[in-house]
Design a protein around this ligand. Sequence first.
Ligand SMILES: Nc1ncnc2c1ncn2[C@@H]1O[C@H](COP(=O)(O)OP(=O)(O)O)[C@@H](O)[C@H]1O
Ligand SMILES: [Mg+2]
Length: 487
Amino acid sequence: MYVYLKHSDYSVWPITLLAFGVFLSIVFTSYRLYAALPWVVTSAVLMTMSMDGIFLINTALVALILLRGVLDRFRKPLIALFILLTLVKMFVMIDYYLEEKFTYIYYIVDGVFTTLSIVLYPYNRRIPDVKRATWPAALASVFMTSTATPLSVVAGVTLALGELPHYVIIAVMAANGVYLYLTGDAFFYLPPTALVLAYFATYRRLTHTSQTPPLGWLYSWLGGRYKVVKLLGAGGFSYVLAVKHGRETYAAKVLRYSDDAGVPLAGDENVLAAFGQEMNRYLGIKSPHVVRAFEVYLPAVAYRDLAMYMKNPPYILLEYMDGGTLRDLLRVRKKLSTHEALEIFRQLAVGLYDIHKHRVVHLDIKPENILFKNGVAKIGDMGIAKVVVGGYVRSSYMSPAYAAPEVKKGRATLASDIYSLGCVMYEILTGINPNVFVESGHEIPHPSAYNREVPRWLGDFLLKMLSLNPAERPTAGDLITFFKESV
Ligand SMILES: Nc1ncnc2c1ncn2[C@@H]1O[C@H](COP(=O)(O)OP(=O)(O)O)[C@@H](O)[C@H]1O
Ligand SMILES: [Mg+2]
């Protein structure tokens, strides 16, 4: 192991087979995610027995750095191996150049310098976009030689995270094998095998690639079940991810471990329990105008640390709304026509009626939380406001801009949602949020003052919804009747 054999006639077969056995056993045991690592060790051993030793070890070093980029999660073992391999490399070089005085000093300096620069570079960078790397990686793998075997591991991991189909991997492996066989490479079976093993060791097994939510979930399997394909948003207490299950796309809303101020959320058992309770109530609400919830996941035992949370975070699985939010629409359009506004109003009234039927207060009706799919409007972002309100109120979690006056005094009722919906409707008709008048102690002007197209009866009804006294506001049932009779 320690001696560099310049003209080795040792047979490498026994050691290769041994390493291969170790690798297989690791792939199929609980440590399978460390599968890439034995290959690096194998490479180091092979290096000492071949003329291409230095090349192989350099490849291994580069491969480790790349793996670190893809699998930030294995930072510590990767760094340890990196340092070890660098030391081996320097030792081998000294041995090789021993007769030539002073040249070894140059190589020591080289070793230290390259190590530092290579380590610092990818270790400070964000996870690369795996999806874009998959096809180039597949193509490059076809021409991988056995001295570049560690890179096959990186390619295998990348292809698995990018979810290239199995048959592509098999084709790449076969083409690579044929290529190496034709070029007369003695170890023509090594790179293709490493590629395939790394692929299957990673495929649908990674729950996260780094300890930084929500980025660490990208391309891996949320809770081991749903493939995370996109990050949709990160709010005060949740992350929203687009996930795939088979061909179906969903939105998964994940409760954060702690908020920006460091106050524990999922890390706190009480908040976690409140989240579970609220979300389970949400599961029961089925309405054509409320974003559908399909599944709630809570851990069986409380989270000990961030690592445990990353592996199995609490989430609620929602219908994926690909049409953006009402806020997105208002940014482009400023205000909508009476006809369009009335149609959205009707749909939201149905949604709110279905929520209130279950005696649930939404508490956070606002343009950001109204989502579209195929032109249909639905109320989203259910319940979490109450989870937090139940535990402790943090003003940053609620949106005062659309909240009824009594909510700010801590007395929210079903009527508070009616007020918020009134604000939203007033705003999409006039471009002005009526709460600004209330805040400054003024009476809310009739919406027709800002948009002459708004009919008298509609404006009157909106002003009723915006009454300062909750008892004077119509109920969600009244909204339904209003649409049946007046519109
Ligand atoms: N079901 C969904 N489908 C698609 N995008 C969604 C969905 N739910 C939320 N989002 C996106 O994520 C953002 C934040 O989601 P939201 O549920 O409002 O969480 P928050 O509590 O952070 O406000 C939304 O504004 C929207 O852009
Ligand atoms: Mg929201």
